[in-house]
Design a binder for this molecule. Structure first.
Ligand code: PEP
Length: 252
């Protein structure tokens, strides 16, 4: 199985010049990747740049950072999963801590995951948004169960394989701090167990990624020791060379 690298560019690249420089550099660097390595690299720019990324980087999977939980309707400022799919976008990040912190509920996350999967997008759903004093393992277990139970009766089984989880402890995002690899492994296993319990053995290979202050220095150790299926990278993805270096390191 491939080991994935997902770059979350957040609200960065805030001018067309910065966007164009990034796209040009990533295009050049990605020429040195094998087709297998390219297929494991996902890059998620701000919505306004999606079309440019999709057009200029056709060999990579381009992702959005959110989508609305309804497919259509009067939702000013929002984006439909169907519109993303039709643009050539391949995946969407749902439930990122920076959105949960801005008020997105677990219920909304569940609906967004349903809608995006039904649209045919690959979904990377983030878990690890906790308040002070909450028990991490039990919150993650119940969040994962709620997300999976929301899709079982609504999303046809053949689309379940388009789901990935990313364990992103909120305190590790953008802080330079990471949990121990043993701790990451514990949570990765909690998520994998819930996937098998709710969806059954057929879904046991759904990827479970880790995200939170991943760099080219710590990425290999995190993946090897935690058994995560890849990484979700925020800050370090601002240099496309880091994404390319990680994907080569993981998939030799
Ligand atoms: C993220 O935004 O999902 C993230 C993991 O950020 P960073 O790598 O900067 O911690």
């Amino acid at each position: 199985m491939n080991t994935y690298v997902v770059g979350n560019l957040k609200m960065h690249l805030e001018t067309c010049r910065l966007r164009d420089e990034y796209v040009k550099r990533l295009h050049e660097l990605s020429q040195s990747l094998t087709s297998e390595q390219r297929s494991a690299l996902f890059v998620c720019p701000p919505h306004v740049h999606l079309e440019k990324f999709v057009t200029k980087l056709p060999a990579l999977t381009i992702g959005a950072q959110d989508a609305h939980h309804e497919l259509r309707g009067a939702h000013t400022g929002s984006t439909s999963s169907n519109a993303l799919k039709s643009l050539g976008v391949g995946c969407v990040i749902i439930g990122h801590s920076e959105r949960r912190g801005a008020g997105e509920s677990l219920e909304t996350v569940c609906k967004k995951v349903q809608t995006a999967l039904l649209s045919g997008l690959h979904v990377i759903v983030c878990v690890g948004f906790l308040s002070e004093g909450q028990d991490e393992e039990s919150i993650i277990k119940s969040d994962v169960a709620a997300i999976l139970e929301a899709i079982t009766d609504v999303v046809p089984a053949h689309k379940h394989e388009n789901l990935s989880f990313a364990y992103e402890p909120v305190w590790a995002i953008g802080t330079g701090k990471t949990p121990t690899t043993h701790h990451i492994q514990t949570i990765v296993l909690v998520i994998r167990k819930e996937v098998i319990r709710v969806l059954g053995d057929a879904s046991k290979s759904l990827p479970v990624l880790y995200g939170g202050s991943v760099t080219t220095e710590n990425a290999q150790q995190i993946v090897t020791e935690s058994t995560a299926d890849g990484v979700l990278v925020g800050g370090a993805s601002l240099d496309p060379a880091n994404l390319v270096q990680m994907i080569k390191m993981f998939n030799k």
